[in-house]
Design a protein around this ligand. Structure first.
Ligand SMILES: Cc1cc2nc3c(=O)[nH]c(=O)nc-3n(C[C@H](O)[C@H](O)[C@H](O)COP(=O)(O)OP(=O)(O)OC[C@H]3O[C@@H](n4cnc5c(N)ncnc54)[C@H](O)[C@@H]3O)c2cc1C
Length: 432
């Protein structure tokens, strides 16, 4: 295979498929190159699909067409210890098809569907094609080599959308060979089979309503948290674990996941369920400070490959940033074809578009969130403090009560220390 295109996109995940779709709609001859047997085959996420304005621009009926599971009507957070838990939740009946709270979905279905839309628009999807090198001529990226005999594809511009470990960005010299483990997390997920009626009863849902919950204090002191999302007739449950902290702890994701699933609060929700699948993937959690060089001569970087993931501790956003950056990369390439300028300077329009979008604005606004998430006390002492405080507040046992302010002060002194608490409040204030 030796072919010339007007643009090549490496990786048919949400970033790559959005980029290919945008360019194909504008009439460009685009190759969308994917290592899997089909787009989404090797992909996993939690997974909540957050609002995606860039795809709504391309399909005004996006939320009716995309393969989705349930819309999130209840969103909560549970602080837990081995013996107790405290849960806060927001529930809304004010739901229109516009998903401010998100939808659950499966990546193999979603990614495949989006790539098919790109194909329908005219993009050439090439699967089972592992990109093994980038062709550089006269200092400019001018194509890729795929792991097939004579597998050379040429184009004046390549979009690297091959995920967090982007080989394409590395080969083009846009990112460093070594990652900082302090900026990476690993996500592990189990998919549990349960009948729809059981899910509806257990979580208080009806129709296509869904529940999304985050857990704090369930990681044995390792930085990270748990999640549980309801799909139509399955439940996705898992942990996101900070890699540096995991390494220091000497624990394995598998053991932590097993103890999470065995916690009584979780076990009763999943009772009778059958494990269908177990998966894991790396997450770029370093935020704004992790972003690599985004533009080179003949190349742009989008999605996780550009570290466009916003992990604030409250939400984990990745797919929306991936699709948005992919669409902006497409707009840049369309303009570059008009001007016949694929130089780094010409393609720098991409950075301006990103800076003007919520992608960069949000990453900048939450730039300090990773520092806050490095406070180890969040994962053990604070959940203990919250659970113990709430237990005291709710307890009526015929003995004199402390006022809530005195109780808080005592718990803070005992569990965290006042100096630490003040420093943590300051860090959180800056981060959020
Ligand atoms: C456990 C977990 C939970 C998450 N939860 C959420 C969530 O609830 N909501 C949310 O919005 N985000 C979530 N994310 C983040 C989200 O999954 C990512 O931000 C998103 O997938 C990034 O999309 P992408 O297209 O940039 O990269 P990817 O989805 O990684 O896609 C990259 C594609 O490139 C292909 N590829 C890679 N290398 C090559 C190569 N050399 N040659 C050819 N093809 C290649 C891959 O096969 C893949 O199809 C979660 C992530 C994890 C791991």
């Amino acid at each position: 295979m030796n072919r010339k295109f007007q643009a090549i996109v490496v990786g048919a995940g949400p970033a790559g498929a959005s980029a290919a779709l945008g360019m194909a709609r504008a009439g460009l001859d685009v190759a969308l190159v994917e290592r899997g047997n089909f787009p989404g085959e090797k992909s996993m996420f939690g997974g909540l699909l957050h609002r995606m304005t860039s795809l709504e621009e391309l399909f005004p009926d996006f939320w009716l067409r995309a393969p989705l599971e349930r819309h999130i009507a209840k969103k909560g957070t549970t602080f837990m210890t081995a013996e107790s838990s405290f849960h806060v939740q927001n529930e809304t009946t004010n739901f229109s098809r516009t998903p401010y709270n998100g939808y659950t979905c499966f990546r193999p279905r979603f990614d495949r569907w989006l790539a098919q839309e790109a194909q329908k628009a005219g993009a050439t999807l090439i699967t089972r094609a592992l990109v093994e090198d980038v062709i550089i001529r006269g200092g400019k990226v001018s194509g890729i080599k795929i792991l097939r005999e004579g597998g050379i594809l040429e184009a004046p511009v390549v979009i690297a959308a091959d995920g967090v470990l982007s080989f394409t960005a590395l080969k083009a010299g846009l990112r460093r060979p070594k990652f900082n483990v302090g900026q990476m997390a690993v996500g592990v997920k189990a998919l549990i089979d349960l009948p729809k009626e059981v899910i509806d009863d257990r979580f208080g849902l009806s129709g296509d309503q869904g529940f999304a919950n985050e857990y704090v204090g369930c990681t044995g002191g390792v930085r990270g948290g748990g999640f549980l999302y309801t799909n139509y007739d399955t439940v996705s449950v898992g942990l996101v674990l900070h890699l540096g902290s995991l390494r220091e702890s000497g624990k394995t994701p598998y053991d932590l996941m097993n103890s999470f699933l065995e916690q009584p609060q979780l076990a009763k929700l999943l009772k009778g369920g059958r494990l269908l699948e177990y998966s894991a993937h790396v997450i770029p959690e370093g935020g704004y400070d992790m972003i690599p060089e985004l533009v080179g001569d003949g190349i742009l970087v989008a999605g996780d490959a550009a570290a466009f993931c916003n992990a604030t501790g409250v939400n984990l956003e990745g797919i929306n940033l991936a699709t948005h950056s992919g669409s902006l990369a497409a707009k840049t390439v369309i303009a570059a074809h008009g001007e016949k300028d694929f130089s780094k300077k010409g393609l720098s329009r991409y950075k301006a578009l990103l800076n003007d979008s919520y992608v960069m604005k949000d990453l900048k606004a939450f730039r300090h969130a990773p520092h806050m998430l490095h406070i180890d006390r969040i994962y053990q002492e604070y959940p203990e403090l919250i659970c113990s405080m709430m237990e005291h507040i709710y307890r009526i046992d015929g003995t004199p009560k402390s006022s809530i302010s005195k109780l808080l002060l005592r718990e803070l002194k005992e569990k965290v220390g006042l100096k630490n608490a003040l420093s943590d409040i300051f860090t959180a204030w800056r981060a959020l």
